[in-house]
Design a protein around this ligand. Structure first.
Ligand SMILES: [Zn+2]
Length: 369
């Protein structure tokens, strides 16, 4: 998925993987520092207010360091399994690892998704162990808080709904059992939407009728992120399920070859006669040199058509406007994204004109149920 890096700060590469921080992180760090002060002072009343702020801020930094370890678990596992990793971004509610393409098998998808929460749970467990042998006071308090936070991160992320790791695991499991990747996506995304609803009502279920406002806001925020992530996963899944329909062989329209000096009216007459709607400009040797945009021809007034040549209405062929016959699915979309146009020339293996691919036909194929 294309994501702008414009508003993210690059932290360089760690273990060869680019790492970014979203500015929203600073907001959350500020909130943790601000609210954390009171928590710190309640547990460690001997500290000054300034020291309490500093400790709360240190906690925020260490918390995100452990979130980073979680993401690194995904990233390194993906890379080890041969999936290219674009980068790790730390943001608002945690992190995100961008993997070049989805795991091609449910097994690999499952392993990559599980690696993050497993590391979080392991960090939490280690923290609890370490806490046993650390004296009370600042270090003990910090280790205890981090252990609990990591356990929470681990448990929250294995909840079985997209966009959470547990959702990816559920998707992989359904895919494995049913053999249908799309069904896996639908089940896991719907489950994510249900989770979003549960998160929203959770404060009321736990606190009775009057949960604190801050808890309601927080739950609302998490629920909104879950809901939008799940809904987006559903939309992407639906689109991916339609990708096999994208085949230049069936989508390309037949085209009539015309000489560039032909008047538009005559070219249109020839197209009608051949019962085609697309025109391709060819040179005297029959090689394609240009492609005619249907809309620009239609825009010429009837009485002008005998006086304008079809060549003037064409777009000369450049590399990205020519698509080979065997490009389909996701590759076709990628090729079209490289040079957006309303029409593309489709050629066969010998470079001969096969037809014209009209972008709106591709859009229709993707949108149709
Ligand atoms: Zn994760």
């Amino acid at each position: 998925m294309a994501t702008g890096r414009g508003r993210q700060l690059s932290l360089g590469r760690i273990a060869g993987i680019p790492v970014y921080v979203s500015p929203t992180w600073f907001l959350v760090a500020a909130i943790i520092t601000f609210w954390g002060r009171d928590v710190v002072l309640r547990e460690l009343p001997e500290l000054t207010g300034g020291e309490a702020y500093a400790l709360a801020f240190l906690f925020a930094v260490l918390l995100y360091l452990s979130v980073f370890v979680h993401e690194l678990g995904h990233a390194l596992t993906a890379r080890r399994l041969g999936l290219p990793v674009r980068g790790v971004t730390l943001h608002f509610l945690g992190g995100h690892t961008e993997i070049e393409r989805d795991a091609p098998t449910p097994g690999r998808d499952l392993v990559v998704s599980a690696a993050g929460p497993l590391l979080s749970l392991a960090l939490g467990g280690l923290g609890l162990l370490a806490y046993q042998s650390i004296d009370d006071g600042v270090p003990g308090f910090l280790v205890w808080m981090l252990a609990i936070a990591n356990l929470l991160v681990g448990v929250f992320n294995v909840l079985p709904g997209l966009p959470l790791d547990g959702g990816h695991m559920l998707r992989a499991a359904v895919w494995k059992v049913s053999g249908d990747e799309h069904r896996g996506t639908v089940v896991a995304a719907r489950s994510g939407q249900v989770l979003a609803g549960l998160v929203l009502v959770m404060p009321f279920a736990l606190n009775g009728a009057t949960p604190p406002v801050s808890v309601i806001i927080w739950a609302g925020l998490v629920a909104a992120l879950l809901w939008s992530g799940a809904t987006q996963a559903l939309a992407v899944g639906r689109m991916r399920a339609r990708l096999p329909r994208l085949d230049t062989r069936t989508l390309a329209r037949r085209a009539a070859p015309v000489a560039p000096d032909l008047p538009v009216s005559e070219a249109m007459r020839q197209a009608r006669e051949a019962n085609v709607t697309s025109l391709v400009i060819v040179d005297s040797a029959g090689r394609p040199t240009g492609i005619v945009s249907e809309s620009s021809v239609a825009a010429i007034p009837e009485q002008r058509r005998p006086w304008v040549t079809i060549g003037q209405q064409s777009r000369s062929l450049q590399k990205g406007l020519i698509l080979p016959l065997d490009v389909r699915g996701d590759d076709l979309l990628k090729a079209m994204r490289e040079l957006p146009a309303t029409e593309y020339l489709v050629v066969d293996g010998e470079g001969r004109v096969y037809g014209v691919l009209v972008t709106s036909d591709v859009d229709h194929a993707l949108a149709a149920r």
